[in-house]
Design a protein around this ligand. Structure first.
Ligand SMILES: [Zn+2]
Ligand SMILES: [Zn+2]
Length: 377
């Protein structure tokens, strides 16, 4: 009985752990729960459609032809910022490969010494110094990494996200290092659009009422009433949210840090990331460099499938190319994945502040790795 090896090429996004969904062959990345995101799309497009149908024709003739033009431009900008925030990688940090995880576990065990039975081991924390301030790096038990400063694990997406701000169901994605500025521009432009529509709704009703009476106006333009209601309730929340994020940006602080009170209170230190200057903080958050995604979602993997000639059903599937394993990865495949895996870009490389980089397993550490494997078994 002979066997045939079939090689199939798969993209890395197909094997990524975490609870994300991907479209367009990995170009689009979102959280799995998208119901509220569709509601956002519906509210924005619905309100704008009513505005273009009921207000714009009258206002363009009787007030100024530029009113619909500016509304279209603002609407397009809002949608562009929303989709840019929703469809991008917020800054997900790759999980440790099995050998890296084993090595980090070994290091932690060695550092903690022998903990007597029945006693709780000390918390897994590393300290780094940033701007003369000690910052704690916590160990993520899911991703098996010491999180870089400001990173946090999103329980909804099940990923560690760099400079994690919050998970926003309205945009259907996490908000983090790579999409925060687009999120802020989205809330800012949406505030302007809401104020714009609300103002011209009122202007429209007042102009028509002077000619034909208030009740007749409401009968002639029923969409206006709906728009005014939607805009009125949206206005407070969106303008309030924009104000809150403007405050956070001026302090160079994240929502996560604000909620946890990381830099407030008597015993807490000062925010080491702040430049102590509002302009500098705003420039860093809004005009700083854009960071590439470290996931390499569209990178290729090779998946070998062994097929017996007498039995054409695939018997074993063994991945021999770089892969970020997940809970579905067969145990026997993990060592071979890690052995042949290209070292994924270390999240810590983006953080000069994370002075102590957890050592990664490499060919030079074969002896240590074999010890680790023995322990693991
Ligand atoms: Zn994590
Ligand atoms: Zn999330």
């Amino acid at each position: 009985m002979s066997a045939v090896m079939i090689t199939r090429k798969v993209r890395k996004w197909e094997k990524l752990p975490g609870k994300n969904t991907f479209c367009c062959d990995g170009r689009v990345m979102m959280a799995r729960q998208k119901g509220v995101f569709y509601l956002t799309l519906f509210l924005i497009t619905g309100t704008c459609a009513l505005f273009f149908a009921f207000e714009c024709p009258y206002l363009a003739v009787h007030l100024c032809p530029a009113i619909p033009v500016f509304a279209v431009l603002l609407f397009l900008f809002v949608m562009a910022m929303l989709l840019r925030t929703s469809f991008s990688d917020p800054g997900v940090l790759p999980r440790a490969l099995p050998e890296e995880a084993t090595f980090i576990e070994m290091e932690i065990e060695a550092a903690n010494g022998n903990v007597p039975a029945g006693q709780r081991p000390p918390p897994r924390i590393r300290n780094v110094q940033i701007n003369n301030q000690i910052v704690k790096l916590k160990y993520c038990y899911t991703c098996k990494i010491f999180r870089p400063p400001r990173a946090s694990h999103c329980s909804i997406c099940d990923n560690c996200v760099d400079r994690f701000d919050h998970h926003c169901p309205w945009v259907g994605n996490c908000v983090g290092k790579r999409n925060y500025r687009y999120f802020y521009l989205f809330t800012l432009s949406l505030s302007l659009l809401t104020i714009y529509i609300f103002t011209f709704d009122i202007v429209h009703v007042v102009m028509r009422s002077m000619n034909g009476g208030f009740l007749n106006t409401l009968k002639e333009t029923p969409g206006t009433v709906l728009e005014v209601l939607v805009c009125f309730f949206t206005l407070w929340s969106v303008v309030g949210l924009t104000g809150f994020h403007t405050y956070l940006i001026s302090l160079n602080q994240t929502t996560n840090e604000d909620i946890k009170g990381s830099w407030s209170g008597k015993n807490r230190g000062q925010n080491p990331y702040s430049h102590k200057n509002i302009i500098k903080n705003c420039c860093e958050v809004l005009c700083g460099p854009t960071y590439p995604s470290v996931l390499d979602r569209r990178g290729l993997l090779q998946e070998d499938t062994l097929i017996s000639s007498s039995n054409p059903v695939p018997q074993t599937t063994k991945t021999t190319a770089p892969l970020i394993p997940n809970e579905h990865t067969p145990d026997d495949a993990k060592p071979s994945i890690a052995a042949s895996a290209e070292k994924s870009p270390s999240p810590k490389e983006e953080h000069p502040a994370a002075t102590k980089v957890p050592p990664l397993a490499s060919p030079e550490t074969d002896a240590e790795t074999s010890i680790a494997k023995e322990r693991a078994h």
